[in-house]
Structure formats: structure tokens, C-alpha cells
Ligand binder design. Structure first.
Ligand SMILES: [Zn+2]
Length: 163
């Protein structure tokens, strides 16, 4: 079973991020689930409660009773989106300190990891017309980065002296 299916009761569980980051995000999803839900409830039942409560949506209330129960069990915690933005990882939702810590660590880990190959060597934001977080090898493979020229200063009006 895919991580995205197995842990969908966290709210949003698709690691829709570049391949190099998928292992980091999947690990974070598993850790988030452990903090969000009581461990004594079987995963299959937690998935059902989430489904009855929200219809597997991170924002909808499908059934008031089950939603109330879900809120009680998770202490009102839910993940609403996982994505990469400007070559950094973002995990959005409503969560407390312990999940916040997992999120921060995953974001930091992605900063240090090549989004394409998962490599760690000299990883930094790289400009190919679109920003990517690439390692040294991937930058060499992609060729020269785009050089952005600094914006030209406003020209002072030249006086026409030639007439
Ligand atoms: Zn790479």
C-alpha cells in the first residue's frame, strides 16, 4: 500500500514533490501520523473515521458526529497541503508543536537535498528560468544557469545637443 493511501487520514497525504524529496516527505508523513492520531487505533479504522468525517477531503465536513470524533482524537490537527514552492518544501495545515517540529525538520532536510536525484553535494537554489534546488552534478548536467542581469538604472535624460 502506498504511503499516500495508508496515511490519508492525516488529511493531505500525497508527496507531490520532486522525486529527490519523496523519501523525506514520506518519512515526514509517517511521523506526522504518529503524532496526530492515537497509536492504539488500527490504521484501517483511522482511515475509516477520517473518511466518514471528511469524505477524504482536508477541508470538508462530511458528517458532524464523525468529524467531532476525528477532531477529538487528533486534537483538531489536520494536514491540508504538501507541495514545493520556489524550490522549498511546504507542509500546510493545522497542527501543534510536535508536528510543527517534524515539518520544520523535513523542510530543512529538503533544503539540503537535491530535488532531482536526492544528492547532497553542494546543494543550492539554481536558476534555470525556474528555481530548482539542485546538487553539483545536476547543475553540471543541466548546463549553465541563467544569468540575471541587474536591472538597468534609470537613464537620465540626455540633452539633445546635436542640433
Ligand atoms: Zn542532483
Amino acid at each position: 500500500m502506498k504511503v499516500s493511501e495508508k496515511y490519508r487520514h492525516i488529511g493531505y497525504s500525497y508527496p507531490g514533490v520532486p522525486n529527490g524529496w519523496k523519501p523525506i516527505v514520506e518519512k515526514a508523513i509517517i511521523e506526522i501520523e504518529k503524532e496526530m492520531w492515537p497509536r492504539w487505533i488500527p490504521l484501517s479504522l483511522k482511515r475509516k473515521i477520517h473518511y466518514w468525517a471528511t469524505g477524504n477531503s482536508a477541508i470538508r465536513i462530511e458528517n458532524t458526529f464523525w468529524h467531532y470524533l476525528r477532531s477529538k482524537l487528533t486534537r483538531n490537527q489536520i494536514i491540508t497541503d504538501i507541495k514545493d514552492k520556489y524550490a522549498t518544501l511546504r507542509i500546510y495545515g493545522f497542527y501543534g508543536e510536535s508536528i510543527g517540529k517534524i515539518v520544520k525538520e523535513a523542510e530543512k532536510s529538503c533544503d539540503e537535498t537535491c530535488e532531482s536525484c536526492g544528492g547532497k553535494e553542494d546543494v543550492r537554489l539554481s536558476d534555470y528560468g525556474w528555481v530548482h534546488n539542485y546538487c553539483k552534478n545536476c547543475r553540471e548536467r543541466k548546463g549553465p544557469e541563467r544569468v540575471r542581469k541587474p536591472k538597468p538604472k534609470k537613464k537620465t535624460k540626455k540633452k539633445n545637443t546635436e542640433k
